[in-house]
Write a protein that binds this ligand. Structure first.
Ligand code: SF4
Length: 445
């Protein structure tokens, strides 16, 4: 790769989509996770007392049929069945080590999440065997939610039934767009016909919560096509709709092309257009009975349709992360596993430590983490932070809240500060002001 500083300036505006990560998924930023804190994870796991926070389990499947042009995850499209078998075995060995530790012994996950990559890339038989083994090692019978991400084109009716049978309560379909042209242009492996089939199988199987993911601002998106997508979503009537605004991180195929062409701005819609598209989508969804429950989600029935993985995680839960490059959080320590497939498998097989970087957070960092992540849900409650962290957010952030109030970005309700719709749609760009000074200019990844 050539030096990014040689990219020539282009006609551009501040609001163009530039390369880089925009969404805030955690705090402190990943660039502060380090090697020095790696031993902390082992010390915590060997500590005599088990942790008390709600426990979750994240299982990472790093395989995909094809690499999407906007994808920045480490995914593999060239692994054979022996590689997959080796990986599944390695992850179970990893889980055995966690389950035997004194910090986790006897604890049962309250939520389980299969993410990727593409969990539905695995066959029905592989999935059934895998989950049987997981349950033997760390029983899930107390899990209130089991989420499973799917790429529609990898599903069969039999596989959907197997997914239901091993306990999935929330099925998330990565639809992204309903136009076959846009799906193809963006390198997606599936087409819209597969979406309808997969959705119907999931409904027929009786899976209680079906989420669909969309991306506003994919390559070649237009006003007309976006409106058409939203009409189709409403006809489909899923329980939950998640809409991401397209970002173009550095390690994507789109960024590589930008560099080759000497462009600073990505060839996708600018941020105001993407926000307008999401805003229009939310207005239509609301007219059709949905409630907006975060910067990126609308749900049909907020009383029934929960997303416990997100809510527990953003509330400071423990989460064991299994698999290559996966991210976990235990007892206030963030960690990420080794990020290369071969190295991950070799390290598990030799019984060595899989953690590649970690961060022991301070109480203040844990408070800020929850504070900024909860803004993404659209509101924060002073009573929550006072009770949990002893922090009066109204006095600590008096100036910031007053400024937001003056600009009409936030309103004070009886027990919560509630973001306006406009602020909610650009919340990730507003949160850096709450970062501690040492993190404020940090590279986020
Ligand atoms: S399906 Fe998801 S994980 Fe796989 S390549 Fe596409 S964006 Fe990346």
């Amino acid at each position: 790769m050539s030096d990014p500083t040689i990219i020539k300036p282009d006609r551009e505006t501040k609001e163009d989509t530039k390369a880089g990560n925009y969404f805030i998924a955690n705090y402190p930023p990943f660039s502060f996770w380090n090697e020095k804190d790696i031993p902390m994870v082992g010390s915590l796991l060997n500590s005599p007392k088990p942790g008390k926070a709600p426990l979750g389990l994240y299982y990472h499947v790093p395989f995909c049929r094809k690499r999407c042009h906007f994808c920045y995850f480490r995914v593999y499209t060239d692994k054979n069945s022996a590689d997959v078998r080796r990986y599944l075995d390695a992850t179970m060995q990893e889980l055995e080590t966690y389950a035997a530790s004194s910090y986790l012994k006897g604890r049962k996950p309250k939520f389980v999440y299969f993410g990727g990559g593409t969990p539905s890339y695995l066959s029905a038989q592989q999935l059934t065997e895998l989950t049987d083994r997981m349950k033997e090692i760390m029983p899930w019978d107390e899990a209130e939610e089991v989420t499973f991400e799917c790429e529609p084109g990898t599903l069969t009716e039999k596989k959907v039934q197997a997914i239901r049978d091993f306990g999935v309560t929330r099925l998330s379909l990565g639809i992204e767009n309903f136009s076959d042209h846009i799906l193809e242009t963006n390198g997606r492996a599936h087409r819209s016909g597969e979406v309808y089939r997969a959705f119907q199988w999931a409904r027929d199987a009786g899976i209680q919560n079906i989420n669909i993911d969309l991306i506003a601002g994919m390559l070649e998106e237009t006003d007309d096509n976006w409106s058409d997508c939203i009409e189709k979503v409403i006809e489909l009537n899923p329980d939950c709709v998640t809409i991401y605004q397209m970002e173009v991180p550095f390690n994507t195929t789109i960024y590589k092309s930008m560099k080759e062409e000497g462009k600073l701005s990505a060839p996708v819609a600018d941020w105001p257009t993407k926000r307008r598209w999401v805003s229009e989508a939310y207005a239509k969804l609301e007219q059709n009975g949905y409630t907006i429950t975060s910067t990126c989600t609308a749900v049909k029935n907020p009383e029934q349709t929960k997303f416990l993985y997100r809510d527990h995680l953003w509330g400071g839960a423990d989460m064991v992360a299994l698999g290559v490059a996966s991210f976990g959080h235990l007892g206030g320590i963030h960690y990420q596993n080794i990020t290369h497939f071969e190295e991950y498998c070799n390290t598990v097989e030799s019984g060595d430590n899989l953690v590649r970087r970690a961060l022991l957070t301070t109480e203040e960092e844990r408070f800020i983490r929850e504070f900024i992540l909860q803004w993404k849900l659209g509101s924060v409650k002073p009573s929550y932070f006072l009770e949990k962290f002893g922090v009066d957010i109204e006095s600590r952030y008096q100036a910031e809240l007053a400024q937001w109030q003056d600009k009409g970005m936030v309103e004070k309700h009886s027990d919560a500060w509630v973001l306006s719709r406009d602020a909610l749609l650009r919340v990730d760009s507003l949160l850096h002001q709450f970062f501690l000074p040492q993190h404020s200019d940090a590279k986020y990844v």
